[in-house]
Design a protein around this ligand. Structure first.
Ligand code: IMP
Length: 440
Protein backbone atom coordinates (compact mmCIF):
# COMPACT_ATOMS: atom_id res chain seq x y z
CA UNK A 1 0.00 0.00 0.00
CA UNK A 2 2.34 2.74 -1.14
CA UNK A 3 -0.08 5.68 -1.11
CA UNK A 4 0.14 8.57 1.37
CA UNK A 5 -2.38 11.41 1.58
CA UNK A 6 -1.34 14.85 2.79
CA UNK A 7 -4.15 17.20 3.83
CA UNK A 8 -4.62 20.53 5.56
CA UNK A 9 -6.21 20.07 8.99
CA UNK A 10 -7.43 23.67 9.38
CA UNK A 11 -8.47 26.41 6.90
CA UNK A 12 -5.52 26.10 4.52
CA UNK A 13 -2.07 27.66 4.28
CA UNK A 14 -0.67 25.20 6.82
CA UNK A 15 2.51 24.58 4.85
CA UNK A 16 1.56 21.74 2.50
CA UNK A 17 4.11 22.89 -0.09
CA UNK A 18 6.96 22.50 2.37
CA UNK A 19 5.59 19.17 3.65
CA UNK A 20 5.38 17.76 0.12
CA UNK A 21 8.89 18.91 -0.52
CA UNK A 22 10.05 17.25 2.69
CA UNK A 23 8.48 13.91 1.75
CA UNK A 24 9.61 14.13 -1.86
CA UNK A 25 12.83 12.13 -1.49
CA UNK A 26 10.85 8.98 -0.78
CA UNK A 27 8.12 9.61 -3.36
CA UNK A 28 7.97 8.56 -7.00
CA UNK A 29 4.71 10.26 -7.93
CA UNK A 30 2.91 13.33 -6.53
CA UNK A 31 -0.70 13.92 -7.55
CA UNK A 32 -3.02 16.87 -6.96
CA UNK A 33 -6.61 15.62 -6.65
CA UNK A 34 -8.87 18.67 -6.18
CA UNK A 35 -9.01 22.45 -6.32
CA UNK A 36 -7.28 24.54 -8.91
CA UNK A 37 -5.16 27.65 -9.00
CA UNK A 38 -6.95 28.96 -5.89
CA UNK A 39 -4.20 27.11 -4.02
CA UNK A 40 -0.90 28.73 -3.18
CA UNK A 41 1.95 26.49 -2.06
CA UNK A 42 5.16 28.21 -1.06
CA UNK A 43 8.31 26.12 -1.04
CA UNK A 44 11.73 27.43 -0.03
CA UNK A 45 14.59 25.34 -1.39
CA UNK A 46 18.22 26.33 -0.99
CA UNK A 47 17.22 29.91 -0.23
CA UNK A 48 15.07 30.12 -3.37
CA UNK A 49 11.35 30.62 -3.00
CA UNK A 50 8.92 28.93 -5.38
CA UNK A 51 5.20 29.78 -5.40
CA UNK A 52 3.04 27.10 -6.95
CA UNK A 53 -0.67 27.31 -7.59
CA UNK A 54 -1.72 24.46 -9.85
CA UNK A 55 1.42 22.41 -10.36
CA UNK A 56 2.07 19.80 -7.60
CA UNK A 57 4.98 20.77 -5.34
CA UNK A 58 6.80 17.55 -6.29
CA UNK A 59 7.80 19.27 -9.56
CA UNK A 60 10.88 20.70 -7.79
CA UNK A 61 12.36 17.17 -7.70
CA UNK A 62 13.48 15.83 -11.08
CA UNK A 63 12.88 12.16 -10.15
CA UNK A 64 9.18 12.71 -9.40
CA UNK A 65 6.32 12.31 -11.86
CA UNK A 66 3.70 14.95 -11.08
CA UNK A 67 0.06 14.50 -11.98
CA UNK A 68 -2.90 16.86 -12.10
CA UNK A 69 -5.71 14.43 -11.36
CA UNK A 70 -9.30 14.05 -12.55
CA UNK A 71 -10.79 16.05 -9.67
CA UNK A 72 -8.79 19.23 -10.34
CA UNK A 73 -10.17 22.22 -12.26
CA UNK A 74 -7.54 23.49 -14.68
CA UNK A 75 -7.15 27.01 -16.01
CA UNK A 76 -4.98 26.10 -19.01
CA UNK A 77 -3.58 29.60 -19.57
CA UNK A 78 -2.54 29.83 -15.92
CA UNK A 79 -1.00 26.35 -16.05
CA UNK A 80 1.14 27.26 -19.05
CA UNK A 81 2.34 30.49 -17.42
CA UNK A 82 3.24 28.59 -14.24
CA UNK A 83 5.13 25.95 -16.21
CA UNK A 84 7.02 28.61 -18.19
CA UNK A 85 7.97 30.39 -14.95
CA UNK A 86 9.33 27.15 -13.48
CA UNK A 87 11.34 26.43 -16.64
CA UNK A 88 12.73 29.99 -16.48
CA UNK A 89 13.91 29.20 -12.92
CA UNK A 90 15.72 26.10 -14.21
CA UNK A 91 13.08 23.55 -13.09
CA UNK A 92 12.24 20.90 -15.66
CA UNK A 93 8.49 20.39 -16.07
CA UNK A 94 8.79 17.48 -18.50
CA UNK A 95 7.39 15.04 -15.90
CA UNK A 96 4.01 16.73 -15.45
CA UNK A 97 0.89 15.03 -16.80
CA UNK A 98 -2.68 16.34 -16.78
CA UNK A 99 -5.77 14.15 -16.52
CA UNK A 100 -7.97 14.02 -19.61
CA UNK A 101 -10.95 14.02 -17.21
CA UNK A 102 -10.01 17.19 -15.33
CA UNK A 103 -12.40 20.07 -15.98
CA UNK A 104 -11.33 23.32 -17.60
CA UNK A 105 -11.88 26.72 -16.05
CA UNK A 106 -13.45 28.77 -18.82
CA UNK A 107 -13.55 32.59 -19.11
CA UNK A 108 -17.21 32.69 -18.01
CA UNK A 109 -16.32 30.87 -14.78
CA UNK A 110 -13.92 33.62 -13.77
CA UNK A 111 -16.40 36.31 -14.71
CA UNK A 112 -19.22 34.58 -12.83
CA UNK A 113 -17.04 34.11 -9.70
CA UNK A 114 -16.41 37.85 -9.48
CA UNK A 115 -19.99 38.81 -10.34
CA UNK A 116 -21.50 36.40 -7.80
CA UNK A 117 -19.29 37.83 -5.07
CA UNK A 118 -20.30 41.36 -6.00
CA UNK A 119 -24.01 40.46 -5.93
CA UNK A 120 -23.66 38.66 -2.57
CA UNK A 121 -22.43 41.92 -1.06
CA UNK A 122 -21.76 41.54 2.67
CA UNK A 123 -22.64 37.82 2.40
CA UNK A 124 -19.80 37.18 -0.03
CA UNK A 125 -17.62 34.07 0.43
CA UNK A 126 -14.37 35.95 -0.15
CA UNK A 127 -13.32 33.59 -2.95
CA UNK A 128 -9.98 33.80 -4.70
CA UNK A 129 -11.82 34.95 -7.85
CA UNK A 130 -10.22 32.22 -9.96
CA UNK A 131 -13.49 30.74 -11.24
CA UNK A 132 -13.28 27.67 -8.99
CA UNK A 133 -16.89 27.55 -7.72
CA UNK A 134 -18.52 28.17 -11.12
CA UNK A 135 -16.24 25.57 -12.77
CA UNK A 136 -17.22 22.90 -10.21
CA UNK A 137 -20.83 24.05 -10.50
CA UNK A 138 -20.81 23.46 -14.25
CA UNK A 139 -19.10 20.10 -13.75
CA UNK A 140 -21.88 18.89 -11.48
CA UNK A 141 -24.54 20.45 -13.72
CA UNK A 142 -22.96 18.47 -16.60
CA UNK A 143 -22.14 21.63 -18.51
CA UNK A 144 -18.41 21.35 -17.95
CA UNK A 145 -15.70 21.24 -20.60
CA UNK A 146 -12.87 18.83 -19.92
CA UNK A 147 -9.17 18.70 -20.75
CA UNK A 148 -9.86 15.85 -23.21
CA UNK A 149 -12.13 18.16 -25.20
CA UNK A 150 -9.00 20.07 -26.18
CA UNK A 151 -8.00 17.01 -28.24
CA UNK A 152 -11.04 17.31 -30.49
CA UNK A 153 -11.63 20.81 -31.91
CA UNK A 154 -15.04 19.85 -33.30
CA UNK A 155 -16.31 18.61 -29.93
CA UNK A 156 -14.76 21.60 -28.16
CA UNK A 157 -16.56 23.95 -30.57
CA UNK A 158 -19.89 22.18 -30.07
CA UNK A 159 -19.61 22.17 -26.28
CA UNK A 160 -18.64 25.83 -26.04
CA UNK A 161 -21.55 26.65 -28.34
CA UNK A 162 -24.04 24.72 -26.20
CA UNK A 163 -22.82 26.18 -22.92
CA UNK A 164 -22.82 29.74 -24.22
CA UNK A 165 -26.34 29.31 -25.60
CA UNK A 166 -27.38 28.85 -21.95
CA UNK A 167 -24.86 31.17 -20.29
CA UNK A 168 -24.76 34.24 -22.53
CA UNK A 169 -28.39 35.33 -21.95
CA UNK A 170 -27.79 35.03 -18.20
CA UNK A 171 -24.69 37.19 -18.40
CA UNK A 172 -26.41 39.77 -20.60
CA UNK A 173 -29.88 39.91 -19.03
CA UNK A 174 -29.16 39.30 -15.36
CA UNK A 175 -25.69 40.69 -14.97
CA UNK A 176 -25.72 43.25 -17.78
CA UNK A 177 -22.43 41.94 -19.20
CA UNK A 178 -21.26 41.41 -22.76
CA UNK A 179 -21.81 37.87 -24.09
CA UNK A 180 -18.83 35.64 -24.87
CA UNK A 181 -18.01 34.90 -28.51
CA UNK A 182 -17.83 31.10 -28.92
CA UNK A 183 -15.43 31.24 -31.86
CA UNK A 184 -12.95 33.48 -30.04
CA UNK A 185 -13.03 31.23 -26.97
CA UNK A 186 -12.40 28.11 -29.07
CA UNK A 187 -9.55 29.82 -30.87
CA UNK A 188 -7.94 30.81 -27.55
CA UNK A 189 -8.35 27.33 -26.06
CA UNK A 190 -6.95 25.64 -29.18
CA UNK A 191 -3.67 27.47 -28.60
CA UNK A 192 -3.61 25.92 -25.10
CA UNK A 193 -4.50 22.56 -26.65
CA UNK A 194 -1.36 22.59 -28.79
CA UNK A 195 0.86 23.29 -25.79
CA UNK A 196 -0.83 20.81 -23.45
CA UNK A 197 -1.42 17.90 -25.86
CA UNK A 198 1.73 15.90 -24.94
CA UNK A 199 0.87 16.12 -21.25
CA UNK A 200 -2.73 14.90 -21.43
CA UNK A 201 -3.01 11.41 -19.93
CA UNK A 202 -5.20 8.84 -18.22
CA UNK A 203 -3.74 9.71 -14.82
CA UNK A 204 -5.93 7.24 -12.89
CA UNK A 205 -4.56 4.38 -15.01
CA UNK A 206 -1.05 5.74 -14.63
CA UNK A 207 -1.49 5.77 -10.83
CA UNK A 208 -2.91 2.26 -10.76
CA UNK A 209 0.10 0.93 -12.66
CA UNK A 210 2.53 2.90 -10.51
CA UNK A 211 0.93 1.59 -7.30
CA UNK A 212 0.97 -1.99 -8.70
CA UNK A 213 4.71 -1.55 -9.32
CA UNK A 214 5.22 -0.54 -5.68
CA UNK A 215 5.91 3.11 -6.45
CA UNK A 216 5.39 5.59 -3.60
CA UNK A 217 2.58 8.02 -4.37
CA UNK A 218 1.80 11.22 -2.47
CA UNK A 219 -1.70 12.66 -2.80
CA UNK A 220 -1.14 16.39 -2.29
CA UNK A 221 -4.22 18.11 -0.91
CA UNK A 222 -4.97 21.75 -1.58
CA UNK A 223 -7.10 24.02 0.64
CA UNK A 224 -8.07 22.08 3.77
CA UNK A 225 -10.57 20.17 5.88
CA UNK A 226 -12.49 23.21 7.13
CA UNK A 227 -12.88 24.44 3.52
CA UNK A 228 -14.34 21.09 2.37
CA UNK A 229 -17.64 21.53 0.56
CA UNK A 230 -19.37 18.81 2.64
CA UNK A 231 -17.60 19.01 6.00
CA UNK A 232 -16.26 22.56 6.24
CA UNK A 233 -17.84 25.80 7.39
CA UNK A 234 -20.40 25.79 4.56
CA UNK A 235 -21.16 28.03 2.70
CA UNK A 236 -17.80 29.63 3.48
CA UNK A 237 -15.87 26.83 1.83
CA UNK A 238 -14.27 25.97 -1.46
CA UNK A 239 -16.21 23.90 -4.01
CA UNK A 240 -14.21 20.66 -3.83
CA UNK A 241 -13.42 17.88 -1.34
CA UNK A 242 -9.97 18.45 0.17
CA UNK A 243 -10.52 15.71 2.82
CA UNK A 244 -8.75 12.36 2.43
CA UNK A 245 -11.85 10.73 0.96
CA UNK A 246 -11.70 13.32 -1.81
CA UNK A 247 -8.21 12.14 -2.68
CA UNK A 248 -9.54 8.76 -3.74
CA UNK A 249 -12.37 10.10 -5.87
CA UNK A 250 -10.29 12.96 -7.26
CA UNK A 251 -7.29 10.86 -8.23
CA UNK A 252 -9.25 7.76 -9.24
CA UNK A 253 -7.80 5.15 -6.88
CA UNK A 254 -9.30 2.79 -4.32
CA UNK A 255 -8.98 3.03 -0.51
CA UNK A 256 -6.85 -0.10 -0.27
CA UNK A 257 -3.92 1.77 -1.80
CA UNK A 258 -3.48 4.13 1.16
CA UNK A 259 -0.97 3.47 3.94
CA UNK A 260 -1.21 6.74 5.84
CA UNK A 261 -2.87 10.13 6.05
CA UNK A 262 -0.77 13.07 7.20
CA UNK A 263 -2.50 16.17 8.52
CA UNK A 264 -0.78 19.51 8.45
CA UNK A 265 -1.62 22.01 11.18
CA UNK A 266 -0.18 25.38 12.02
CA UNK A 267 0.75 25.87 15.68
CA UNK A 268 -1.99 28.53 15.63
CA UNK A 269 -4.86 29.16 13.18
CA UNK A 270 -5.41 31.34 10.13
CA UNK A 271 -8.08 31.71 7.49
CA UNK A 272 -8.47 33.84 4.36
CA UNK A 273 -11.90 35.03 3.31
CA UNK A 274 -15.22 35.11 5.15
CA UNK A 275 -16.76 32.63 7.57
CA UNK A 276 -16.49 31.47 11.17
CA UNK A 277 -13.13 31.24 12.94
CA UNK A 278 -13.97 30.55 16.60
CA UNK A 279 -10.47 31.24 18.00
CA UNK A 280 -9.91 34.43 15.98
CA UNK A 281 -8.00 37.08 17.90
CA UNK A 282 -7.61 40.79 17.26
CA UNK A 283 -5.32 43.53 18.52
CA UNK A 284 -1.62 43.18 19.33
CA UNK A 285 -1.60 39.35 19.49
CA UNK A 286 -3.12 39.09 16.01
CA UNK A 287 -0.59 41.65 14.82
CA UNK A 288 2.30 39.52 16.11
CA UNK A 289 0.94 36.32 14.54
CA UNK A 290 0.33 38.12 11.25
CA UNK A 291 3.73 39.81 11.11
CA UNK A 292 5.89 37.00 12.48
CA UNK A 293 4.02 34.43 10.41
CA UNK A 294 3.94 36.58 7.22
CA UNK A 295 0.24 35.80 7.06
CA UNK A 296 -0.67 37.08 3.62
CA UNK A 297 -2.36 34.85 1.01
CA UNK A 298 0.03 33.33 -1.55
CA UNK A 299 -2.62 33.54 -4.26
CA UNK A 300 -4.41 36.83 -3.59
CA UNK A 301 -2.07 38.68 -1.21
CA UNK A 302 -4.99 39.24 1.19
CA UNK A 303 -4.12 39.43 4.90
CA UNK A 304 -5.05 36.20 6.68
CA UNK A 305 -7.23 36.35 9.78
CA UNK A 306 -5.31 34.96 12.75
CA UNK A 307 -6.26 33.08 15.91
CA UNK A 308 -5.08 30.52 18.45
CA UNK A 309 -4.80 26.82 17.88
CA UNK A 310 -8.17 25.09 17.97
CA UNK A 311 -8.01 21.44 18.99
CA UNK A 312 -11.76 21.00 18.48
CA UNK A 313 -10.95 21.54 14.81
CA UNK A 314 -7.94 19.20 14.97
CA UNK A 315 -9.99 16.38 16.48
CA UNK A 316 -12.64 16.92 13.79
CA UNK A 317 -9.92 16.80 11.11
CA UNK A 318 -8.42 13.67 12.68
CA UNK A 319 -11.80 11.95 12.54
CA UNK A 320 -12.85 13.07 9.06
CA UNK A 321 -9.54 12.26 7.42
CA UNK A 322 -8.45 9.23 9.45
CA UNK A 323 -5.21 11.02 10.29
CA UNK A 324 -2.30 8.74 11.15
CA UNK A 325 0.26 11.54 11.69
CA UNK A 326 0.29 15.27 12.29
CA UNK A 327 2.91 17.73 11.09
CA UNK A 328 2.96 20.90 13.18
CA UNK A 329 4.11 23.97 11.24
CA UNK A 330 5.28 27.46 12.18
CA UNK A 331 6.02 26.70 15.84
CA UNK A 332 8.68 29.46 15.68
CA UNK A 333 5.96 32.09 15.16
CA UNK A 334 4.77 31.55 18.76
CA UNK A 335 8.20 32.38 20.22
CA UNK A 336 7.19 35.95 21.16
CA UNK A 337 4.38 35.02 23.56
CA UNK A 338 4.61 34.59 27.34
CA UNK A 339 1.41 32.57 27.45
CA UNK A 340 -0.23 30.69 24.59
CA UNK A 341 -3.96 29.93 24.59
CA UNK A 342 -5.17 26.70 22.97
CA UNK A 343 -8.88 25.98 22.53
CA UNK A 344 -9.76 22.59 23.99
CA UNK A 345 -13.57 22.86 23.79
CA UNK A 346 -16.40 25.27 22.92
CA UNK A 347 -19.05 26.73 25.16
CA UNK A 348 -22.27 26.95 23.17
CA UNK A 349 -25.27 28.57 24.83
CA UNK A 350 -23.96 27.47 28.24
CA UNK A 351 -23.08 23.88 27.25
CA UNK A 352 -19.45 22.75 26.87
CA UNK A 353 -18.61 20.43 23.99
CA UNK A 354 -15.34 18.98 22.75
CA UNK A 355 -16.82 18.10 19.36
CA UNK A 356 -17.25 20.25 16.27
CA UNK A 357 -20.88 21.43 16.37
CA UNK A 358 -23.55 19.94 14.15
CA UNK A 359 -25.11 23.18 12.89
CA UNK A 360 -23.92 26.47 11.43
CA UNK A 361 -25.88 28.33 14.14
CA UNK A 362 -24.01 26.49 16.91
CA UNK A 363 -20.69 27.26 15.21
CA UNK A 364 -21.61 30.95 15.24
CA UNK A 365 -22.46 30.75 18.96
CA UNK A 366 -19.30 28.82 19.87
CA UNK A 367 -16.99 30.49 22.39
CA UNK A 368 -13.63 28.78 22.78
CA UNK A 369 -12.66 27.31 26.14
CA UNK A 370 -8.94 27.96 26.46
CA UNK A 371 -6.14 26.17 28.22
CA UNK A 372 -3.01 28.32 28.62
CA UNK A 373 0.50 27.06 27.89
CA UNK A 374 3.82 28.62 28.90
CA UNK A 375 5.68 30.40 26.13
CA UNK A 376 9.42 29.88 25.60
CA UNK A 377 10.47 33.36 24.50
CA UNK A 378 13.49 32.10 22.59
CA UNK A 379 14.44 31.98 18.92
CA UNK A 380 13.99 28.35 17.85
CA UNK A 381 14.57 28.78 14.10
CA UNK A 382 18.07 27.30 14.33
CA UNK A 383 17.10 24.21 16.36
CA UNK A 384 17.72 20.97 14.46
CA UNK A 385 16.49 18.27 16.86
CA UNK A 386 13.14 18.09 18.63
CA UNK A 387 14.93 17.20 21.88
CA UNK A 388 16.83 20.52 21.70
CA UNK A 389 13.70 22.68 21.72
CA UNK A 390 13.03 24.65 24.91
CA UNK A 391 11.04 22.55 27.37
CA UNK A 392 7.92 24.70 26.97
CA UNK A 393 7.97 24.33 23.18
CA UNK A 394 8.24 20.55 23.48
CA UNK A 395 5.42 20.55 26.02
CA UNK A 396 3.28 22.56 23.58
CA UNK A 397 3.81 20.03 20.76
CA UNK A 398 3.20 17.11 23.11
CA UNK A 399 -0.02 18.68 24.39
CA UNK A 400 -1.28 19.05 20.81
CA UNK A 401 -0.57 15.39 20.23
CA UNK A 402 -2.66 14.47 23.28
CA UNK A 403 -5.48 16.89 22.52
CA UNK A 404 -5.75 15.84 18.86
CA UNK A 405 -5.17 12.14 19.46
CA UNK A 406 -2.71 12.03 16.56
CA UNK A 407 1.08 11.58 16.88
CA UNK A 408 3.00 14.73 15.96
CA UNK A 409 5.81 13.31 13.83
CA UNK A 410 7.32 16.52 12.46
CA UNK A 411 7.59 20.10 13.69
CA UNK A 412 8.53 23.02 11.43
CA UNK A 413 10.54 25.89 12.93
CA UNK A 414 10.97 27.94 9.76
CA UNK A 415 10.24 27.80 6.04
CA UNK A 416 13.48 26.11 4.95
CA UNK A 417 13.74 22.37 4.31
CA UNK A 418 16.36 22.07 7.04
CA UNK A 419 14.10 23.77 9.61
CA UNK A 420 12.23 20.53 10.24
CA UNK A 421 12.38 18.49 13.42
CA UNK A 422 11.39 14.85 13.08
CA UNK A 423 9.96 12.82 15.93
CA UNK A 424 10.28 9.21 14.91
CA UNK A 425 9.52 8.08 18.44
CA UNK A 426 6.24 10.01 18.60
CA UNK A 427 3.53 7.89 20.24
CA UNK A 428 3.29 4.65 18.34
CA UNK A 429 4.42 6.41 15.18
CA UNK A 430 7.52 4.34 14.42
CA UNK A 431 7.59 3.59 10.73
CA UNK A 432 5.60 6.70 9.92
CA UNK A 433 5.96 8.43 6.60
CA UNK A 434 7.82 11.30 8.33
CA UNK A 435 10.26 8.81 9.81
CA UNK A 436 10.84 7.14 6.47
CA UNK A 437 11.61 10.43 4.77
CA UNK A 438 15.11 10.26 6.20
CA UNK A 439 15.41 14.03 6.61
CA UNK A 440 15.96 16.22 9.56
P1 IMP B 1 -12.54 29.63 -3.83
O1 IMP B 1 -11.83 28.33 -3.59
O2 IMP B 1 -11.73 30.58 -4.66
O3 IMP B 1 -13.93 29.45 -4.34
O4 IMP B 1 -12.70 30.35 -2.40
C1 IMP B 1 -13.55 29.82 -1.39
C2 IMP B 1 -12.93 30.01 -0.02
O5 IMP B 1 -11.77 29.18 0.11
C3 IMP B 1 -12.43 31.44 0.26
O6 IMP B 1 -12.64 31.71 1.63
C4 IMP B 1 -10.94 31.36 -0.03
O7 IMP B 1 -10.21 32.35 0.67
C5 IMP B 1 -10.63 29.97 0.47
N1 IMP B 1 -9.46 29.37 -0.19
C6 IMP B 1 -9.39 28.86 -1.43
N2 IMP B 1 -8.17 28.37 -1.68
C7 IMP B 1 -7.45 28.56 -0.57
C8 IMP B 1 -6.11 28.22 -0.20
O8 IMP B 1 -5.33 27.63 -0.96
N3 IMP B 1 -5.74 28.59 1.05
C9 IMP B 1 -6.58 29.19 1.93
N4 IMP B 1 -7.84 29.51 1.63
C10 IMP B 1 -8.27 29.20 0.39
Amino acid sequence: MPGTILIGAQWGDEGKGKATDLLADKMDVVVRYQGGNNAGHTVVVGGRTFRLHLVPSGILHPHIITLIGDGVVVDPGVLLVELAALEAQGISTANLKVSANAHLIMPWHKERDKLAERYLGSNKIGTTGRGIGPAYGDKVARLGIRVQDLLDPKILGQKVEVVLRERNPLLAKVYNRLPFDAEAVVEEYMTYAEALRPRIADTSLYLWRALRDGKQVLFEGAQATMLDVDHGTYPFVTSSSPVSGGALAGAGVGPGEIQGVIGLAKAYTTRVGSGPLPTETEGPDAEVLSTQGAEFGTTTGRPRRCGWLDTVVLRYAARLNGLTELFLSKLDVLSSFDRIPVATAYRIDGEVTEDWPMTQTEVHHAEPVYEYFDGWREDITGVTRFEDLPRAARAYAEAIEKLSGVPVTAVFVGPGREQTLLRESAGDARGTVAGKSGKG
